[in-house]
Design a protein around this ligand. Structure first.
Ligand code: OXD
Ligand code: MN
Length: 582
């Protein structure tokens, strides 16, 4: 028996499924599963010509987003999980959550899903095995990972895999837990079928567990898109960008260049997760560990993301969107006018008072369907990054873009970024919280140690990427966004590449290097000069308030916070002329 078989046997003894199916990832197996899900109404076939190969899944209304308050790090010491994670001792997890797994799969089929995160054949790829009683999860894992036989071939008789046990249980939030055992590299998830809680290769493995492996092995697992930017003449740059959930990573990764005719092209490498390593050349290299996109549907439309629209027009699993009686999917932002007789995301006739599609409704689609994929997206060595970008959703405070002074300052800016919460997680929407590196819900260990790891990584990079901060969401007094957004974000990326190349103007401000309106290529954009100035304005009073908030965030992290970050905060306070003390 291989270690994988032994673990699966052990799990089956606890969960007692009626049958056990090892998934090979084949077309025949997929067809069988789809047929079964269509007949038991787990999935509904969508319109054969308007949405060929597409299906709709409606989840339980209480199971529509990640549940951060039910997500735990079960490290041996609470200190190892740190103050930003929910902690449960491994013993508690074993008794409290373990009890819920006893016999939970009786009468159900358990699917054993071997999968690879990362391109096949890449030295950076890693194997996971998820045992789940949800065929919907299997169908999603088949899109999001390299699933089945290739994973077993890569694993062989090795014990180097991340085991993940998942059951939908009774779907009750009272019995819902997503638990990570970082020392054992083990994941348990029960009570939810929602992607971020149930597709264990994604947030649970590729971010939370991988971030702890990465800390131990000297690399990084980050919540970042990766895009390729080609300049006229063919020079190519890669950019990694970390924004919190539902803040536009997919849209930026699939950006259509408004300057394509001038030779500026954008291609996609990944839209959510990047595994980063120091290359022999001293640069930072990135791999997208995923094989598909699990994207937010509302707001995806022909203006915001025509590439995504082309990607999801066939062979896509939609979850919790609205639908016409003849099976055409619809969501807010798809087009201007909702069709008549729409059924909302719960399948009820839509009365037009609330949202037709759930704000966190999702598409699951294979990356190979996306017309903008870079030829390098599955390159086993990854791609070298010229720039890292961090950003949140801030109606006020942060300017459109600024460059940090060096790696250490970049880590400070990334570590202290704030963002308004979105519908990707349950809870209040629109509340500003610190979301360091967009990893608040995904860092598998103590956040202060994570910052120290970032600083350590910087010392290993002889040619580090430049680090920038962006905010596409600044609003004017009328509450409207100041920046036209979408494709125009390219103009901001081009300024970054100019800076990387030692060109491009900027002025020193207390927070970093900010372009003047004339430093950005705004040709052909109908953007009044005063609006451009407002977008780039550094509001010292607002930043003074920000300093106090950062100070209390740092206080929460306690004495493990790297001294460099405290010193950088003091320097910022000093430049702003505010008292540095708490
Ligand atoms: C996601 C998320 O699904 O961040 O990518 O919630
Ligand atoms: Mn994400």
């Amino acid at each position: 028996m291989t270690p994988a078989e032994r673990w699966v046997e052990e799990v089956a003894k606890t969960t007692r499924p009626a049958s056990l199916v090892w998934c090979d990832g084949s077309d025949a197996e997929h067809a069988r599963l789809m047929e079964q899900m269509l007949s038991d109404r787990t999935l509904q076939q969508l319109h054969p010509r308007q949405a060929p190969g597409c299906t709709l899944h409606r989840s339980h209304p209480s199971d529509v987003a990640r549940t951060e308050h039910l997500t735990f790090i079960a490290s041996r010491s609470q200190e190892a999980a740190g103050p930003t994670n929910n902690w449960m001792s491994p013993q508690d997890a074993r008794s409290r959550v373990g009890a819920l797994f006893e016999g939970v799969m009786q009468g159900r089929t358990a699917y054993v899903v071997p999968y690879v995160m990362g391109p096949l054949g890449s030295p950076f790829s890693k194997v996971g095995i998820e045992v789940t009683d949800s065929p919907y999860v299997v169908a999603n894992m088949r899109i999001m990972t390299r699933m089945g036989k290739p994973a077993l071939d890569q694993l062989g008789a090795s014990e180097d895999f991340v085991p993940g046990l998942h059951s939908v249980g009774d779907l009750s939030p009272d019995r819902r837990f997503i638990v990570h055992f970082p020392e054992e590299r083990l994941i348990w998830s029960i009570g939810s079928g929602y992607g971020g809680n149930a597709l264990l290769g994604k947030k649970c493995f590729a971010l939370r567990i991988a971030s702890t492996i990465a800390r131990d092995q000297g690399w990084m697992a980050e919540h970042m898109l990766i895009l390729e930017l080609e300049l006229p003449g063919g020079e190519t740059h890669y950019v990694g960008a970390a924004f919190p959930s539902a803040c536009g990573k997919t849209n930026l990764a699939m950006l259509v260049s408004p300057l394509e005719e001038l030779g500026y092209k954008v291609r996609t490498v990944g839209d959510d997760i990047a595994w980063l390593r120091v290359g022999d050349d001293g640069r930072l290299w990135a791999v997208n560990p995923e094989a598909g996109f699990f994207g937010v549907v509302p707001g995806t439309g022909p203006d915001t993301n025509p590439t995504a629209m082309a990607t999801i027009d066939h062979d896509t699993i939609f979850t919790n969107v609205a639908v016409t009686p003849d099976g055409i999917p619809w969501w807010e932002g798809k087009d201007k006018s909702p069709p008549a007789d729409l059924l909302d995301w719960q399948g009820k006739p839509w009365d037009r008072s609330g949202k037709a599609a759930h704000p966190n409704s999702r598409f699951t689609v294979a990356a190979r369907q996306c017309p903008s994929m870079s030829p390098k997206w599955e390159d086993p060595k990854g791609v070298p990054l010229s720039a890292l970008v961090f950003g949140g959703r801030r109606a006020r405070v942060a300017p459109l873009v600024f460059e940090t002074r060096d790696w250490e300052h970049g880590v400070f800016v990334a570590a202290t970024m704030g963002s308004e919460t979105t519908a990707a997680a349950t809870g209040q929407v629109g509340v500003v919280r610190r979301d360091p590196m967009a990893m608040l819900p995904f860092c598998g260990y103590n956040m202060a140690d994570y910052f120290a790891h970032w600083l350590r990584m910087g010392r290993k990079l002889s040619r580090p990427p430049a680090i920038f901060h962006v905010n596409w969401f600044r609003t004017g007094p009328d509450g409207k966004f100041l920046w036209p957004g979408f494709g125009q974000n390219l103009r901001v990326l081009l300024w970054m590449i100019d800076r990387v190349k030692g060109k491009g103007g900027a002025i020193e401000t207390p927070i970093g290097l900010v372009p003047k309106p004339t430093d950005l290529n705004l040709d052909g954009l109908d953007l009044p000069h005063t609006t451009a100035e407002e977008l780039l304005r550094v509001d010292k009073d607002a930043w003074a308030v920000e300093v106090q908030e950062i100070r209390s965030f740092f206080d929460r992290l306690g004495p493990r916070l790297p001294a460099e970050l405290g010193r950088t905060l003091d320097a910022l306070a000093h430049k702003l002329g505010v008292t540095a003390s708490a």
